[in-house]
Write a protein that binds this ligand. Structure first.
Ligand code: TYM
Length: 334
């Protein structure tokens, strides 16, 4: 608890361009939950370097991501929005947790398997221990809830296991976090291949709607979205392309799948695609406008970055000192 509120932590990688999947699966829920919890939202740049990055590009993307957090409606005066690399406790706790994590556990992580297949020339140790750094991110703030998309569920389970393992040895050191996975939008699929999740790193740009796509690009991508030859708009697994479009529509408009199916009864796919386009653009346009305003408010954004890094560091250190003491590191002379 911080200031009488439960704690929420979440983060995104500043790798590639953010997609509608990131927004609907995570960011949108962050905004909804932000009043109820004491929130930490990190731009997890340390995670990004598990895959080779262009330094200037990474720095640029990280700042843009931070502004997207703000533009989506997270008030940086109320929510701690910061760069992971500005708070040294993440790396320090990750090291300690590494010593409580088994190789076998990490080998079972599906994201490690996927990423090492994709980057076969650079299967580095950081890629392998990535979930431990993620656990450190979360446990550092005594987090109660972690809003994420479905793809992060396995990492959350490992985080809980590590917290429980550590607590069983040393007493109640960490809060054991719960994942928060929304009912709608937690797994937005590629528009070109609805068996794959929409991803920042997809080689086919038509598969993903990026948060910075202009209205015409969104329209073109929706128009080209893969559907089927059934010709009916129903929300079911046999029609994955249509189901995904309905998911996007529902997540953007707040409708339930049943309501959407009733609304499109007797209509063709063209009508659905136009409605999806409009619902997506209604969300992206104000977001993009706010990002371009923030790009001009350099001093304001810089001051938020500084203040929030200090705030995060303060809470991170509280947990870290406790953990360091528990494992037997010598006390620091005052
Ligand atoms: P990342 O950067 O890949 O994704 C950020 C968030 O977006 C969600 N997401 C999706 N949701 C629905 N449909 C999709 N197609 C889709 N694609 C991505 C993800 O589930 C995530 O919530 N390891 C994390 C970053 C991280 C983190 C953390 C998250 C590092 N430390 C601590 C929470 C807590 C990642 O790579 O997310």
């Amino acid at each position: 608890m911080i200031n009488g509120k439960k704690v929420l932590f979440s983060g995104m990688q500043a790798t590639g361009n953010l997609t509608l999947g990131n927004y609907l699966g995570a960011l949108r829920n962050w905004v909804t939950l932000s009043e109820e919890y004491e929130c930490f939202y990190s731009v997890v740049d340390m995670h990004s370097i598990t895959v080779r990055q262009d330094p200037a590009e990474l720095r640029k993307r990280a700042r843009k991501l931070l502004m997207i957090y703000m533009a989506a409606g997270l008030d940086p005066e109320k929510n701690c929005i910061y760069y992971q690399s500005h708070v040294s406790g993440h790396a320090e706790l990750a090291w300690i947790l590494n010593c409580f994590t088994y190789m076998g556990e990490l080998s079972r992580m599906t994201q490690f398997k996927d990423k090492s297949a994709k980057h076969a020339d650079n299967i580095n140790a950081g890629l392998f221990t990535y979930p431990v750094l993620m656990a450190a991110d979360i446990l550092l703030y005594q987090t109660d809830v972690v809003p994420v998309g479905v793809d992060q569920k396995q990492h959350l389970e490992l985080t809980r296991d590590l917290a429980e393992r550590f607590n069983a040895i040393y007493g109640d050191v960490f809060a054991v976090p719960e994942p928060y996975i929304a009912k709608v939008g937690a797994k937005i699929m590629s528009l070109q291949d609805p068996s794959k999740k929409m991803s920042k790193s997809d080689e086919n740009p038509n598969g993903s709607i990026y948060l910075m796509d202009d209205p015409d690009t969104v329209a073109r991508k929706c128009k080209r979205a893969v559907t089927d030859s059934e010709g009916v708009i129903l929300y079911r697994d046999e029609q994955p392309g249509v189901k995904n479009l309905l998911d996007i529509y529902c997540a953007c408009t707040g409708r339930t799948p049943q309501e959407a199916v009733a609304e499109f009864d007797g209509q063709g796919y063209g009508v659905l695609k136009t409605a999806v386009t409009e619902s997506v653009n209604a969300i992206l346009s104000p977001l993009q406008t706010r990002v371009s305003e923030l790009e001009k408010e350099k001093a304001y954004v810089d001051s938020c970055i500084k203040n929030n890094a200090e705030k995060a560091q303060y809470f991170a250190n509280k947990t870290l000192r406790k953990v360091q003491k528990k494992v037997g590191f010598p006390e620091r002379p005052r």
